[in-house]
Design a protein. Structure first.
Length: 580
């Protein structure tokens, strides 16, 4: 298997030359589908061999196989660069924004025609020795290469298209009904529409054998689009053969039929040309089905392993949360008892303050009564004693009065101090409990309902089936690599703040920038495959060849469709089962 880039602006070209013991008799131009390329298409085809059969290259040793590659174009649907022959905006409504297909289709058809001209010169200018074979978008481009051929008097060896559709099909039908065609369609089909024998459908180009094959269970290109393409080509004048098959149940018989047709037709050149397309389409359809089945099995095995890991992580998380809740309940009970004891001490303090107030009031009354009694005694002595005795007695009484007044002042001061302390005690009584304890009590009161709901949730989750989650499996994976966990967490926090500060124009591009900054390829792959499980409606798996999977630059494992937001990605990334 050789390689040749043909010095073009498109992707790499893979060429398989004829066997050394055979001269060059035919050339097959191979056109891949969207998201693939020529070397990958060649590798997959070479590796696809049915039991008891040889490869296609061995069956046709005198053929040259040219696997072309498309350009890499920006996809408005997936918001990323993809290998594609043209921009296909929608396969549900093929007329939606079909103007996006014009530039890519014109460039790709022109490039393919240049390769056809080169190969025809090597075969003596005989275009009937050139066969166009394409899958999906490659088949659609091959049909337009045939429709826009500049010499209607020449015919190709065959056109084979599998799992494909015809772009601008409805515009072609309007053109055939003599309605005003689109500029692009009228331009591309002008060569044979203006031919004098077009009305009789006797143009040699229409004699090119055409075969279209499709799987009825095709999830990407609906089988009805293949039927529409066959109908339109037949209405133009081509003898288009149509085959639809359930590949899951009929793939072995299709391989056998394809091999038999090729072997029986090798002795009859004309019959070989007519049956070649059918053989190829059946073989390619079966090969694609085998590849899809193998991929599905690998995906199922990975999903089962991922689910088992997630269940184990969920069980460990539940045990840890149960221990935390139990410890929290015990700690809460202890703090509640401590607070109750402190409240009891506050009540005792209030009773003591009341008793102290009553005692102060009694002391004040006793002091007033003593002053009144002393004054009466002094008055009596003044009237009954002699002058000298009176003077002595008066002096003694005066001293006693001064002493009583001093005691009164001290008593009043004590009373005032007591009242001040009492007021301070009344103000400070609620603060005897530590502030931290008061805040905890208020928080405990406010969180009582939530705590009860948490306990109810924990009990309910014991009876619920275990669920897998993106964040749980990611945390388990990163727990085994602490350094990777720290780097991933810091990266996530930085991007979260960057998004809040300045939301990007494209969330898909922002998500890819985040994934691209993950240093560990294992963490990056784990995040992408887990995201595929969490958001299957927006995320699909990318399939790479065995050679490309080993290249370090292939960091993408999934394709993220337009419509996903950073918030959806973030919620999937940090989601925990059972969390409100």
């Amino acid at each position: 298997m050789g390689a040749n880039d043909y010095e073009n602006a498109f992707g790499p070209t893979c060429v398989v030359e004829p066997s050394t013991n055979h001269s060059h008799t035919h050339t097959a131009i191979m056109l891949h589908g969207r998201g693939s390329n020529g070397p990958e298409f060649a590798e997959e085809l070479a590796e696809t061999v049915s039991p008891g059969q040889t490869s296609l290259m061995q069956r046709f040793p005198s053929w040259k196989w040219v696997f072309l590659s498309s350009k890499t174009l920006w996809s408005n649907l997936y918001e990323e660069d993809l290998p594609a022959w043209f921009e296909a905006h929608s396969l549900i409504n093929t007329e939606e924004r079909q103007e996006l297909q014009v530039e890519g289709t014109r460039d790709s058809v022109g490039y393919i025609k240049s390769i056809i001209d080169q190969e025809a010169q090597k075969l003596g200018g005989d275009l009937e020795k050139i066969v166009l074979i394409g899958i999906s978008q490659g088949g659609a481009t091959g049909m337009w290469t045939l429709l826009s051929h500049k010499n209607p008097n020449q015919r190709f060896g065959a056109l084979v298209a599998a799992s494909t559709w015809l772009p601008f099909a409805k515009t072609i039908e309007r053109l055939l009904d003599n309605q005003q065609p689109g500029t692009f369609v009228g331009e591309m089909m002008a060569s044979w529409r203006c031919h004098p024998e077009f009305a009789q459908r006797s143009i040699n180009l229409f004699k090119t054998p055409v075969f279209l094959g499709h799987g009825t269970d095709d999830a990407t290109v609906d089988v009805e689009l293949g039927r529409e393409a066959t109908r339109v080509l037949s209405s133009i004048g081509f003898n288009a053969e149509w085959k639809e098959t359930d590949w899951r149940s009929d793939q072995d018989s299709q391989l056998s039929q394809a091999s038999t047709i090729v072997q029986e037709s090798s002795a009859n050149t004309e019959h070989f040309r007519h049956s070649l397309s059918s053989s190829w389409a059946r073989f390619l359809g079966s090969a694609q089905s085998n590849q899809d089945i193998g991929s599905l099995r690998r995906s199922l095995d990975d999903h089962i392993k991922h689910t088992n890991d997630s269940i184990g992580a969920l069980e460990r998380e539940f045990a840890e949360r149960h221990e935390l809740v139990t410890a929290s309940v015990v700690d809460t009970k202890s703090k509640t008892e401590q607070i109750a004891s402190q409240l009891k001490d506050v009540a005792t303090l209030r009773v003591g303050m009341v008793s102290l107030w009553e005692e102060v009031a009694r002391n004040n009354n006793d002091t007033r009564e003593k002053l009144a009694a002393t004054q009466e005694t002094l008055d009596t002595l003044r009237t009954q004693a002699s002058q000298a005795a009176k003077i002595e007695t008066v002096e003694s009484l005066r001293n006693e009065i001064r002493e009583l007044r001093r005691e009164k002042n001290e008593t009043e001061k004590r009373l005032k101090d007591t009242e001040t302390k009492l007021a301070a005690l009344e103000r400070q009584a609620p603060q005897q409990i530590p502030n931290e304890m008061l805040r905890f009590l208020e928080h405990l009161t406010g969180q009582q309902d939530k705590l009860m709901r948490l306990l109810s949730t924990v009990d309910a989750r014991q009876s619920e089936p275990k669920r897998a989650s993106l964040s749980t499996s990611l945390e388990v994976f990163l727990d085994r690599n602490s350094e990777q966990y720290k780097g991933f967490k810091d990266l996530y926090l930085a991007y979260r703040e960057a998004y809040k500060a300045r939301p990007p124009r494209s969330d898909v591009a922002f998500i890819w920038r985040f994934i691209g900054k993950i240093e560990s390829p294992e963490v990056s792959k784990h995040v992408q495959l887990s995201l595929l499980e969490a958001l299957p409606q927006y995320v699909t798996e990318l399939r790479w060849s065995a050679k490309q999977k080993q290249e370090p630059r292939k960091k993408r494992h999934v394709r993220i469709a337009k419509g996903i937001t950073w918030r959806m990605f973030k919620e999937a990334l940090v989601y925990h089962p059972g969390q409100d």
